[in-house]
Design a binder for this molecule. Structure first.
Ligand code: FAD
Length: 405
């Protein structure tokens, strides 16, 4: 049970030791701070489970209310509802938790300075009009499609929830087989392989978070590491570890590629002290000299879509990813759905940054990111960074013989 990855991460430009070192020294500490700022700490999401694929699954029609939402008094001033379009009476969480019964209708003010342009790689909660596409129950759908909530991500960490069995398996199967060809098949072209690796890397990261924050003893409500799960689901498969590192580098590349854009973006939440801190942390991360010296190009996207089939292939993979993004609405556990949606949206944002604009010189003029996309992107990077750190530490522990599986 050893994580002994050496050399360069396949399809990437930096080696494992460098990634572990940079992550530990620079990326992980900055990201941990960054995700606690008010700008990055609240995610706007539609938590209703509007699954278009398995309409017979009735559990997936209502909210299960396991996600603790923000009471209105908590989220930053500039996020507050500007105008209510729906009365909160219709929107009560079905379990009737009073703290979840607040209607958080969107606020146009919060999105000042940010685009609402659709991402061609994902289904977006707010901008897509799903009614015409998948009518399951037109009444429910019309009402619920409009409801977005703000979630305090710090209060809802991704961890063990007990979600498994056929529902979870069905999602992973759909994500891998329906949407993304199996790997390794020799005839797979590089681009398809990369989509597979991104999903597998995310899957590894989710498993690592389950293992690192596990309900060890239900009776005493004791939480802690579950190293068996860590080993049996991730560490014993070199490819899963490798794909985690790959996904981390891929997303890191997207973030640094968009550095200029992200540096100039609007991080206003109405709290000048906090917002300055957000901006300063972003700058530290985007222009860290150690990162630039040791791993200036974490992933080289210019190598892709080169062949004659390039444009056609890109469209195909875009459609595949869009499906993966839609499948996230079918995840039958609310907290898993929250993090599934956030992280897939983060990956979609990375894909958009890396592949929507060919001309790097003009990236800042052409690129348009939604506020929520940037929140998803940075929170995803933080999650991957946590997973890489945990895998590295567990690997090191195993090498020193301190750990037995
Ligand atoms: P699963 O993790 O369900 O894996 C299914 C199959 O996929 C495996 O048998 C294997 O063949 C393959 N596989 C596994 N890992 C990889 C990989 N890295 N790369 C390639 N193939 C792989 N549970 C929680 O407790 N908390 C959560 O926050 C959470 N979030 C989730 C989010 C999503 C989007 C989904 C779909 C599920 C989530 N789950 C969560 C459930 C969790 O991921 C597992 O499905 C569940 O714990 C059962 O695990 P398992 O051992 O059966 O294997």
């Amino acid at each position: 049970g050893k994580h002994r990855h050496k050399g360069t991460v396949e399809d990437c430009c930096c080696d494992y030791e460098t990634v572990d070192h940079l992550n530990g020294e620079v990326l992980h500490p900055i990201l941990q701070e960054l995700v606690k700022t008010p700008f990055f700490g609240y995610y706007k999401v539609k938590l209703w489970c509007d699954c278009p694929f398995w309409p017979e699954d009735h559990m997936c029609r209502l909210r299960d209310c396991s996600v603790c939402e923000c009471p209105e008094s908590e989220f930053p001033d500039s996020f507050k509802p500007f105008q209510r379009t729906l009365s909160s009476g219709d929107l009560k969480c079905r379990e009737g938790k009073p703290q979840a019964a607040v209607d958080r209708t969107l606020d146009s003010k919060a999105f000042r300075g940010w685009t609402e342009t659709d991402n061609p790689w994902t289904y977006d909660d707010e901008t897509d009009n799903c009614e015409s596409e998948f009518v399951i129950n037109s009444f429910l759908f019309t009402v619920f499609a409009a409801e977005m909530t703000y979630v305090n991500l710090q209060l809802n960490p991704e961890r063990y929830t007990g979600y498994n069995g056929t529902s979870a398996r069905r999602i992973w199967d759909a994500v891998y087989s329906g949407n993304c060809p199996k790997y390794p098949a020799e005839e797979l072209c590089q681009e398809e392989k990369i989509l597979y690796k991104l999903i597998s890397g995310l899957h590894s990261s989710i498993s690592v978070h389950i293992a690192s924050d596990y309900l060890i003893d239900e009776a005493t409500n004791l939480w802690g590491h579950n190293l068996e799960i860590m080993y049996y689901r991730v560490l014993q498969y070199p490819n899963r570890v490798e794909n985690l590192y790959f996904t981390f580098l891929f997303v890191l590349r997207a973030v640094t590629k968009a550095a200029e854009y992200l540096e100039q973006a609007e991080y206003d939440t109405g709290n000048p002290t906090e917002d300055l801190k957000t901006q300063s942390l972003m700058k530290q991360l985007l222009y860290d000299p150690k990162l630039q010296a040791a791993c200036p190009l974490p992933f080289d996207e210019a190598k892709l879509w080169k062949g004659r089939r390039g444009p056609e292939l890109k469209q195909k993979i875009q459609a595949q990813f869009k499906n993966i993004s839609a499948v996230m609405d079918c995840v039958g556990c609310e907290k898993c759905r929250l993090w599934g949606k956030l992280q897939v949206s983060g990956l979609g944002t990375a894909l958009k940054i890396l592949f929507s604009v060919n001309d790097e010189e003009n990236l800042i003029q052409i690129l348009q990111l939604q506020r929520n996309e940037v929140i998803a992107l940075m929170n995803l990077l933080n999650r991957l960074s946590e997973s890489v750190k945990f895998v590295h530490e567990m690997g090191a522990a195993a090498e020193m013989g301190r750990m037995h599986y």
